[in-house]
Design a binder for this molecule. Structure first.
Ligand code: GDP
Ligand code: MG
Length: 444
Protein backbone atom coordinates (compact mmCIF):
# COMPACT_ATOMS: atom_id res chain seq x y z
CA UNK A 1 0.00 0.00 0.00
CA UNK A 2 1.52 3.29 -1.09
CA UNK A 3 4.76 1.42 -1.61
CA UNK A 4 6.55 4.24 -3.28
CA UNK A 5 5.64 6.79 -0.62
CA UNK A 6 6.59 4.29 2.02
CA UNK A 7 10.00 3.57 0.55
CA UNK A 8 10.83 7.27 0.12
CA UNK A 9 9.77 7.99 3.69
CA UNK A 10 11.75 5.06 5.01
CA UNK A 11 14.78 6.30 3.16
CA UNK A 12 14.32 9.77 4.67
CA UNK A 13 14.03 8.26 8.15
CA UNK A 14 17.07 6.12 7.54
CA UNK A 15 19.05 9.23 6.72
CA UNK A 16 17.98 10.79 9.99
CA UNK A 17 18.90 7.74 11.98
CA UNK A 18 22.32 7.44 10.42
CA UNK A 19 23.19 11.11 10.30
CA UNK A 20 26.09 12.36 12.28
CA UNK A 21 24.10 14.95 14.12
CA UNK A 22 20.71 16.56 13.89
CA UNK A 23 21.06 20.15 12.83
CA UNK A 24 19.46 22.59 10.46
CA UNK A 25 21.00 20.91 7.44
CA UNK A 26 19.76 17.44 8.33
CA UNK A 27 16.28 18.78 9.00
CA UNK A 28 16.25 20.74 5.74
CA UNK A 29 17.21 17.63 3.87
CA UNK A 30 14.50 15.65 5.61
CA UNK A 31 11.97 18.30 4.68
CA UNK A 32 13.07 18.19 1.03
CA UNK A 33 12.78 14.39 0.97
CA UNK A 34 9.40 14.63 2.60
CA UNK A 35 8.15 17.18 0.09
CA UNK A 36 9.25 15.09 -2.84
CA UNK A 37 7.63 11.95 -1.43
CA UNK A 38 4.32 13.60 -0.59
CA UNK A 39 3.99 15.44 -3.88
CA UNK A 40 4.58 12.17 -5.72
CA UNK A 41 1.80 10.67 -3.63
CA UNK A 42 -0.46 13.47 -4.91
CA UNK A 43 -0.77 15.40 -1.66
CA UNK A 44 -1.82 18.99 -2.28
CA UNK A 45 1.06 21.46 -2.47
CA UNK A 46 -0.39 23.78 0.16
CA UNK A 47 -0.67 20.90 2.63
CA UNK A 48 2.89 19.83 1.86
CA UNK A 49 4.13 23.36 2.48
CA UNK A 50 2.35 23.68 5.79
CA UNK A 51 3.61 20.31 6.89
CA UNK A 52 7.18 21.21 5.91
CA UNK A 53 7.07 24.37 7.96
CA UNK A 54 5.76 22.59 10.98
CA UNK A 55 8.30 19.79 10.77
CA UNK A 56 11.14 22.29 10.42
CA UNK A 57 9.87 24.41 13.27
CA UNK A 58 9.20 21.58 15.68
CA UNK A 59 12.27 19.54 14.83
CA UNK A 60 14.61 22.37 15.67
CA UNK A 61 12.83 24.33 18.36
CA UNK A 62 10.97 21.93 20.58
CA UNK A 63 12.39 20.86 23.87
CA UNK A 64 13.91 17.43 23.70
CA UNK A 65 12.49 14.56 25.63
CA UNK A 66 13.96 11.91 23.41
CA UNK A 67 17.33 11.96 21.76
CA UNK A 68 17.45 14.29 18.75
CA UNK A 69 17.05 11.60 16.12
CA UNK A 70 14.08 10.08 17.83
CA UNK A 71 12.67 13.52 18.36
CA UNK A 72 12.79 14.32 14.66
CA UNK A 73 11.19 10.99 13.79
CA UNK A 74 8.49 11.60 16.36
CA UNK A 75 7.78 15.01 14.83
CA UNK A 76 7.62 13.47 11.37
CA UNK A 77 5.32 10.74 12.61
CA UNK A 78 2.95 13.14 14.34
CA UNK A 79 2.83 15.61 11.50
CA UNK A 80 2.12 12.90 8.94
CA UNK A 81 -0.76 11.70 11.07
CA UNK A 82 -2.00 15.27 11.14
CA UNK A 83 -2.40 15.53 7.37
CA UNK A 84 -4.20 12.22 7.02
CA UNK A 85 -7.93 12.08 7.32
CA UNK A 86 -9.42 11.46 10.71
CA UNK A 87 -10.66 8.01 11.41
CA UNK A 88 -14.30 7.40 12.32
CA UNK A 89 -15.53 4.48 14.25
CA UNK A 90 -18.40 2.41 12.94
CA UNK A 91 -19.90 0.91 16.08
CA UNK A 92 -20.53 -2.80 16.39
CA UNK A 93 -24.24 -2.38 16.98
CA UNK A 94 -27.52 -3.02 15.22
CA UNK A 95 -27.70 -0.59 12.31
CA UNK A 96 -28.52 0.12 8.69
CA UNK A 97 -25.67 1.16 6.44
CA UNK A 98 -26.31 2.90 3.12
CA UNK A 99 -23.42 2.64 0.68
CA UNK A 100 -23.03 5.43 -1.87
CA UNK A 101 -20.44 6.44 -4.44
CA UNK A 102 -19.71 6.79 -8.11
CA UNK A 103 -19.81 3.89 -10.52
CA UNK A 104 -16.71 1.72 -10.29
CA UNK A 105 -15.57 3.16 -6.99
CA UNK A 106 -15.77 -0.24 -5.34
CA UNK A 107 -19.17 0.08 -3.64
CA UNK A 108 -20.44 -3.39 -4.38
CA UNK A 109 -17.19 -5.08 -3.36
CA UNK A 110 -17.11 -2.96 -0.22
CA UNK A 111 -20.66 -4.07 0.74
CA UNK A 112 -19.48 -7.65 0.82
CA UNK A 113 -16.21 -6.72 2.56
CA UNK A 114 -18.13 -4.80 5.17
CA UNK A 115 -20.49 -7.75 5.70
CA UNK A 116 -17.44 -9.93 6.17
CA UNK A 117 -15.98 -7.43 8.64
CA UNK A 118 -19.10 -7.50 10.83
CA UNK A 119 -19.33 -11.24 10.50
CA UNK A 120 -15.80 -11.57 11.85
CA UNK A 121 -16.80 -9.36 14.77
CA UNK A 122 -19.59 -11.76 15.63
CA UNK A 123 -22.52 -9.77 14.24
CA UNK A 124 -25.08 -10.99 11.75
CA UNK A 125 -25.03 -8.92 8.55
CA UNK A 126 -27.42 -9.03 5.60
CA UNK A 127 -27.15 -7.27 2.25
CA UNK A 128 -29.73 -5.54 0.09
CA UNK A 129 -29.08 -4.53 -3.49
CA UNK A 130 -30.81 -1.32 -4.57
CA UNK A 131 -29.09 -1.11 -7.95
CA UNK A 132 -31.92 -1.83 -10.38
CA UNK A 133 -30.20 -0.47 -13.44
CA UNK A 134 -27.62 -3.15 -14.00
CA UNK A 135 -28.72 -6.75 -13.47
CA UNK A 136 -25.04 -7.70 -13.42
CA UNK A 137 -24.53 -5.58 -10.30
CA UNK A 138 -27.10 -7.65 -8.47
CA UNK A 139 -25.56 -10.92 -9.62
CA UNK A 140 -22.10 -9.74 -8.58
CA UNK A 141 -23.23 -8.87 -5.08
CA UNK A 142 -25.30 -12.03 -4.72
CA UNK A 143 -22.31 -14.12 -5.64
CA UNK A 144 -20.02 -12.30 -3.19
CA UNK A 145 -22.59 -12.76 -0.42
CA UNK A 146 -22.92 -16.46 -1.10
CA UNK A 147 -19.14 -16.81 -0.70
CA UNK A 148 -19.46 -15.69 2.89
CA UNK A 149 -22.96 -17.09 3.52
CA UNK A 150 -24.54 -13.70 4.04
CA UNK A 151 -28.24 -13.41 3.14
CA UNK A 152 -28.97 -11.29 0.11
CA UNK A 153 -32.05 -9.42 -1.08
CA UNK A 154 -32.80 -7.72 -4.41
CA UNK A 155 -35.54 -6.95 -6.90
CA UNK A 156 -35.91 -10.66 -7.68
CA UNK A 157 -36.51 -11.47 -4.03
CA UNK A 158 -39.69 -9.37 -3.93
CA UNK A 159 -40.72 -8.99 -7.56
CA UNK A 160 -40.62 -5.20 -7.30
CA UNK A 161 -38.95 -2.76 -9.65
CA UNK A 162 -39.02 0.48 -7.70
CA UNK A 163 -35.89 1.14 -5.65
CA UNK A 164 -37.79 2.45 -2.62
CA UNK A 165 -40.14 -0.55 -2.66
CA UNK A 166 -37.19 -2.91 -2.84
CA UNK A 167 -35.29 -1.41 0.09
CA UNK A 168 -38.47 -1.26 2.18
CA UNK A 169 -39.17 -4.92 1.56
CA UNK A 170 -35.49 -5.77 2.15
CA UNK A 171 -35.17 -4.13 5.55
CA UNK A 172 -38.42 -5.74 6.62
CA UNK A 173 -37.21 -9.14 5.51
CA UNK A 174 -33.93 -8.69 7.34
CA UNK A 175 -35.32 -6.98 10.44
CA UNK A 176 -33.80 -9.55 12.74
CA UNK A 177 -30.28 -9.13 11.38
CA UNK A 178 -27.79 -6.91 13.19
CA UNK A 179 -26.39 -5.01 10.28
CA UNK A 180 -28.24 -4.30 7.07
CA UNK A 181 -26.00 -3.12 4.28
CA UNK A 182 -27.65 -1.46 1.30
CA UNK A 183 -25.81 -1.19 -2.01
CA UNK A 184 -26.95 1.57 -4.36
CA UNK A 185 -26.49 2.34 -8.03
CA UNK A 186 -23.63 4.63 -8.94
CA UNK A 187 -23.19 6.90 -11.90
CA UNK A 188 -20.12 7.96 -13.78
CA UNK A 189 -20.43 11.48 -12.48
CA UNK A 190 -22.32 13.35 -9.84
CA UNK A 191 -25.64 13.45 -11.69
CA UNK A 192 -28.70 14.93 -10.09
CA UNK A 193 -30.93 11.87 -10.61
CA UNK A 194 -28.52 9.70 -8.68
CA UNK A 195 -28.36 12.23 -5.88
CA UNK A 196 -32.19 12.45 -5.83
CA UNK A 197 -32.50 8.72 -5.59
CA UNK A 198 -30.00 8.55 -2.75
CA UNK A 199 -31.89 11.28 -0.92
CA UNK A 200 -35.13 9.37 -1.24
CA UNK A 201 -33.62 6.08 -0.06
CA UNK A 202 -31.94 7.84 2.81
CA UNK A 203 -35.16 9.59 3.84
CA UNK A 204 -37.09 6.33 3.68
CA UNK A 205 -34.63 4.24 5.69
CA UNK A 206 -32.98 6.76 8.01
CA UNK A 207 -29.82 4.63 7.97
CA UNK A 208 -27.50 5.15 10.93
CA UNK A 209 -24.52 5.12 8.57
CA UNK A 210 -24.20 6.67 5.16
CA UNK A 211 -20.81 5.57 3.88
CA UNK A 212 -19.22 7.10 0.83
CA UNK A 213 -17.00 4.83 -1.23
CA UNK A 214 -14.10 6.54 -3.02
CA UNK A 215 -11.49 5.09 -5.33
CA UNK A 216 -8.02 6.07 -4.05
CA UNK A 217 -6.91 6.72 -7.62
CA UNK A 218 -8.99 9.90 -7.78
CA UNK A 219 -6.42 11.52 -5.50
CA UNK A 220 -7.21 15.11 -4.61
CA UNK A 221 -10.60 14.87 -6.35
CA UNK A 222 -11.72 13.01 -3.26
CA UNK A 223 -12.39 16.30 -1.56
CA UNK A 224 -14.87 17.49 -4.20
CA UNK A 225 -16.76 14.20 -4.21
CA UNK A 226 -16.88 13.98 -0.45
CA UNK A 227 -18.31 17.49 -0.21
CA UNK A 228 -20.98 16.84 -2.84
CA UNK A 229 -22.19 13.60 -1.27
CA UNK A 230 -22.06 15.12 2.16
CA UNK A 231 -24.26 18.03 1.10
CA UNK A 232 -26.75 15.63 -0.46
CA UNK A 233 -27.22 13.06 2.26
CA UNK A 234 -24.79 13.79 5.10
CA UNK A 235 -21.90 11.36 5.02
CA UNK A 236 -21.06 9.57 8.29
CA UNK A 237 -17.88 7.95 7.04
CA UNK A 238 -15.72 7.22 4.02
CA UNK A 239 -14.29 4.04 2.60
CA UNK A 240 -11.26 4.53 0.38
CA UNK A 241 -10.80 1.57 -1.93
CA UNK A 242 -7.97 0.33 -4.14
CA UNK A 243 -5.25 1.61 -1.87
CA UNK A 244 -3.24 -1.28 -3.24
CA UNK A 245 -3.34 -0.09 -6.80
CA UNK A 246 -2.33 3.55 -6.85
CA UNK A 247 0.41 5.95 -5.86
CA UNK A 248 -2.21 8.65 -5.35
CA UNK A 249 -3.58 7.37 -2.06
CA UNK A 250 -1.84 10.11 -0.15
CA UNK A 251 -3.85 12.64 -2.13
CA UNK A 252 -7.15 10.92 -1.43
CA UNK A 253 -6.44 10.54 2.28
CA UNK A 254 -5.30 14.10 2.80
CA UNK A 255 -8.05 15.59 0.63
CA UNK A 256 -10.64 13.89 2.79
CA UNK A 257 -9.11 15.49 5.86
CA UNK A 258 -10.08 18.87 4.46
CA UNK A 259 -13.75 17.99 4.17
CA UNK A 260 -14.12 17.01 7.80
CA UNK A 261 -15.57 13.58 6.98
CA UNK A 262 -13.76 10.78 8.70
CA UNK A 263 -12.37 7.67 7.05
CA UNK A 264 -13.76 4.39 8.32
CA UNK A 265 -12.14 1.71 6.18
CA UNK A 266 -9.57 1.14 3.49
CA UNK A 267 -9.92 -1.36 0.67
CA UNK A 268 -6.56 -2.92 0.01
CA UNK A 269 -7.18 -5.59 -2.62
CA UNK A 270 -9.76 -7.56 -4.54
CA UNK A 271 -10.34 -10.27 -1.98
CA UNK A 272 -13.07 -9.95 0.64
CA UNK A 273 -10.55 -9.88 3.45
CA UNK A 274 -8.57 -7.07 1.85
CA UNK A 275 -10.29 -4.52 3.99
CA UNK A 276 -9.16 -2.80 7.15
CA UNK A 277 -10.16 -0.18 9.67
CA UNK A 278 -8.42 3.10 9.00
CA UNK A 279 -6.18 4.01 11.90
CA UNK A 280 -3.96 6.97 11.09
CA UNK A 281 -1.28 6.17 13.66
CA UNK A 282 -0.90 2.58 12.54
CA UNK A 283 -1.02 3.70 8.96
CA UNK A 284 1.86 6.13 9.40
CA UNK A 285 3.84 3.63 11.47
CA UNK A 286 3.57 1.25 8.60
CA UNK A 287 4.54 3.88 6.07
CA UNK A 288 7.62 4.69 8.10
CA UNK A 289 8.24 1.01 8.74
CA UNK A 290 8.26 1.31 12.47
CA UNK A 291 6.05 -0.96 14.41
CA UNK A 292 7.80 0.06 17.55
CA UNK A 293 7.84 3.79 17.19
CA UNK A 294 4.43 4.17 18.74
CA UNK A 295 5.38 2.28 21.87
CA UNK A 296 8.54 4.27 22.10
CA UNK A 297 6.79 7.58 21.79
CA UNK A 298 4.01 6.63 24.18
CA UNK A 299 6.50 5.57 26.79
CA UNK A 300 8.38 8.78 26.45
CA UNK A 301 5.22 10.87 26.53
CA UNK A 302 3.62 9.14 29.45
CA UNK A 303 6.48 8.62 31.74
CA UNK A 304 8.84 11.46 31.21
CA UNK A 305 7.85 14.70 32.69
CA UNK A 306 8.97 17.08 30.04
CA UNK A 307 9.87 19.78 32.52
CA UNK A 308 12.14 17.41 34.32
CA UNK A 309 14.00 16.38 31.26
CA UNK A 310 14.92 19.60 29.65
CA UNK A 311 18.37 18.44 28.88
CA UNK A 312 19.20 19.23 25.34
CA UNK A 313 22.19 17.82 23.65
CA UNK A 314 23.23 21.14 22.33
CA UNK A 315 22.97 22.77 25.72
CA UNK A 316 25.24 22.17 28.64
CA UNK A 317 24.55 19.22 30.86
CA UNK A 318 24.58 20.69 34.34
CA UNK A 319 24.10 19.11 37.71
CA UNK A 320 20.54 20.37 37.68
CA UNK A 321 19.99 18.50 34.44
CA UNK A 322 21.49 15.41 35.98
CA UNK A 323 19.10 15.58 38.87
CA UNK A 324 16.08 16.07 36.64
CA UNK A 325 17.15 13.18 34.50
CA UNK A 326 17.72 10.83 37.40
CA UNK A 327 14.35 11.64 38.87
CA UNK A 328 12.66 11.10 35.55
CA UNK A 329 14.46 7.82 35.04
CA UNK A 330 13.48 6.60 38.46
CA UNK A 331 9.84 7.23 37.69
CA UNK A 332 9.99 5.10 34.62
CA UNK A 333 10.09 1.76 36.29
CA UNK A 334 11.89 -1.29 34.99
CA UNK A 335 15.18 0.16 33.86
CA UNK A 336 16.42 -2.65 31.73
CA UNK A 337 13.48 -2.48 29.39
CA UNK A 338 13.55 1.25 29.15
CA UNK A 339 17.22 1.47 28.59
CA UNK A 340 16.66 -0.28 25.32
CA UNK A 341 14.33 2.47 24.23
CA UNK A 342 15.79 5.61 25.65
CA UNK A 343 18.72 7.71 24.60
CA UNK A 344 20.79 5.73 27.03
CA UNK A 345 20.43 2.52 25.06
CA UNK A 346 23.36 0.66 23.61
CA UNK A 347 26.16 2.48 25.35
CA UNK A 348 29.55 1.02 26.10
CA UNK A 349 29.42 2.21 29.66
CA UNK A 350 28.03 -0.07 32.25
CA UNK A 351 24.79 1.78 32.41
CA UNK A 352 22.95 -0.90 34.34
CA UNK A 353 25.25 -0.65 37.30
CA UNK A 354 25.37 3.08 37.13
CA UNK A 355 21.62 3.41 37.32
CA UNK A 356 20.91 0.68 39.79
CA UNK A 357 23.26 2.27 42.23
CA UNK A 358 21.20 5.41 42.31
CA UNK A 359 18.73 4.44 44.94
CA UNK A 360 16.01 6.62 46.30
CA UNK A 361 18.21 7.41 49.26
CA UNK A 362 21.12 8.39 47.16
CA UNK A 363 18.93 10.60 45.06
CA UNK A 364 17.82 12.46 48.18
CA UNK A 365 21.43 12.79 49.25
CA UNK A 366 22.36 14.20 45.86
CA UNK A 367 19.58 16.72 46.17
CA UNK A 368 20.83 17.87 49.59
CA UNK A 369 24.36 18.13 48.27
CA UNK A 370 23.21 20.17 45.32
CA UNK A 371 21.22 22.43 47.61
CA UNK A 372 24.44 23.31 49.32
CA UNK A 373 26.04 24.37 46.07
CA UNK A 374 25.88 27.79 44.56
CA UNK A 375 24.07 28.24 41.27
CA UNK A 376 27.44 28.79 39.66
CA UNK A 377 28.74 25.48 40.99
CA UNK A 378 25.68 23.62 39.74
CA UNK A 379 26.08 25.06 36.30
CA UNK A 380 29.83 24.71 36.16
CA UNK A 381 30.83 21.79 38.44
CA UNK A 382 34.40 22.04 37.17
CA UNK A 383 35.05 24.98 39.49
CA UNK A 384 34.49 22.81 42.54
CA UNK A 385 37.95 22.58 44.06
CA UNK A 386 39.12 21.15 47.41
CA UNK A 387 37.87 23.99 49.56
CA UNK A 388 34.51 24.20 47.83
CA UNK A 389 34.23 20.44 48.19
CA UNK A 390 34.71 20.67 51.95
CA UNK A 391 32.27 23.57 52.23
CA UNK A 392 29.61 21.67 50.32
CA UNK A 393 30.11 18.51 52.37
CA UNK A 394 29.84 20.41 55.62
CA UNK A 395 26.87 22.43 54.44
CA UNK A 396 24.95 19.35 53.37
CA UNK A 397 25.94 17.19 56.31
CA UNK A 398 27.63 14.68 54.02
CA UNK A 399 31.22 13.70 53.35
CA UNK A 400 33.59 14.91 50.68
CA UNK A 401 33.58 11.37 49.32
CA UNK A 402 29.85 11.62 48.72
CA UNK A 403 30.19 14.96 47.01
CA UNK A 404 32.92 13.48 44.84
CA UNK A 405 30.69 10.56 44.00
CA UNK A 406 28.02 12.91 42.76
CA UNK A 407 30.53 14.80 40.69
CA UNK A 408 31.95 11.62 39.24
CA UNK A 409 28.50 10.42 38.38
CA UNK A 410 27.77 13.70 36.71
CA UNK A 411 30.93 13.47 34.60
CA UNK A 412 30.01 9.99 33.50
CA UNK A 413 26.54 11.05 32.44
CA UNK A 414 27.98 14.06 30.68
CA UNK A 415 30.22 11.75 28.66
CA UNK A 416 27.25 9.64 27.70
CA UNK A 417 25.24 12.62 26.67
CA UNK A 418 28.10 13.79 24.48
CA UNK A 419 28.32 10.44 22.83
CA UNK A 420 24.73 10.80 21.59
CA UNK A 421 25.46 13.85 19.58
CA UNK A 422 28.87 12.89 18.32
CA UNK A 423 29.26 9.68 16.47
CA UNK A 424 31.78 7.10 15.57
CA UNK A 425 31.44 5.51 12.22
CA UNK A 426 28.88 7.31 10.15
CA UNK A 427 26.54 4.91 8.45
CA UNK A 428 27.51 2.00 10.62
CA UNK A 429 24.06 1.41 11.99
CA UNK A 430 24.85 -1.24 14.59
CA UNK A 431 27.15 1.11 16.45
CA UNK A 432 24.84 4.07 16.30
CA UNK A 433 24.24 5.58 19.65
CA UNK A 434 20.85 6.03 21.12
CA UNK A 435 18.72 4.30 18.54
CA UNK A 436 16.91 1.29 19.91
CA UNK A 437 17.96 -1.89 18.22
CA UNK A 438 14.40 -2.85 17.41
CA UNK A 439 13.91 0.38 15.52
CA UNK A 440 17.12 -0.06 13.62
CA UNK A 441 16.12 -3.46 12.41
CA UNK A 442 13.01 -2.01 10.88
CA UNK A 443 14.94 0.64 9.11
CA UNK A 444 17.25 -1.58 7.22
N1 GDP B 1 -7.35 -3.93 -6.28
C1 GDP B 1 -8.53 -3.59 -5.76
N2 GDP B 1 -9.63 -3.67 -6.51
C2 GDP B 1 -10.82 -3.33 -5.97
C3 GDP B 1 -10.91 -2.87 -4.62
N3 GDP B 1 -12.22 -2.59 -4.38
C4 GDP B 1 -12.89 -2.86 -5.53
N4 GDP B 1 -12.05 -3.30 -6.50
C5 GDP B 1 -12.37 -3.67 -7.88
O1 GDP B 1 -12.88 -2.53 -8.54
C6 GDP B 1 -13.85 -2.92 -9.50
C7 GDP B 1 -15.14 -2.13 -9.28
O2 GDP B 1 -15.69 -2.49 -8.03
P1 GDP B 1 -17.24 -2.54 -7.72
O3 GDP B 1 -17.38 -2.97 -6.31
O4 GDP B 1 -17.99 -3.32 -8.73
O5 GDP B 1 -17.59 -0.99 -7.86
P2 GDP B 1 -19.02 -0.27 -7.85
O6 GDP B 1 -19.33 0.04 -9.27
O7 GDP B 1 -18.79 0.97 -7.07
O8 GDP B 1 -20.00 -1.16 -7.22
C8 GDP B 1 -14.03 -4.41 -9.35
O9 GDP B 1 -13.27 -5.05 -10.34
C9 GDP B 1 -13.44 -4.71 -7.97
O10 GDP B 1 -12.91 -6.01 -7.89
C10 GDP B 1 -9.71 -2.78 -3.85
O11 GDP B 1 -9.68 -2.36 -2.69
N5 GDP B 1 -8.56 -3.15 -4.46
MG1 MG C 1 -21.83 -1.76 -7.88
Amino acid sequence: MLDRLSSSLKEAVRKIVTSKRIDKRTVDELVRDLQRALIQADVKISIVKELSNRVRERALKEKLVLNPREHVIKVLYEELIGILGKSVDIPLTKQKILMVGLHGSGKTSSCAKLARYFQKKGLKPAVICADVYRPAASDQLKQLCSQISVPFFDSNSCGKKDVIEIVKAGVKEFARYDVQIIDTAGRHALESDMIDELRRISAELSPEQRLLVLDAAIGQQASRQAKAFDEAIGITGIIITKMDGTAKGGGALSAVEETGSGIAFLGTGEKLDDFERFEPDRFVSRLLGMGDIKTLIELADERLDKEELETTLRGKFTLNDLYAQLEALRKMGPFKKLIQMLPLGGLDLNIDDALYQVTEDKLKRFRVIMDSMTEEERNEPKIIDGSRLRRIATGSGTTTAEVKELLKYHRMMQRMIKSFSSTRGRGKIPTMRGIPLKMMKNLK
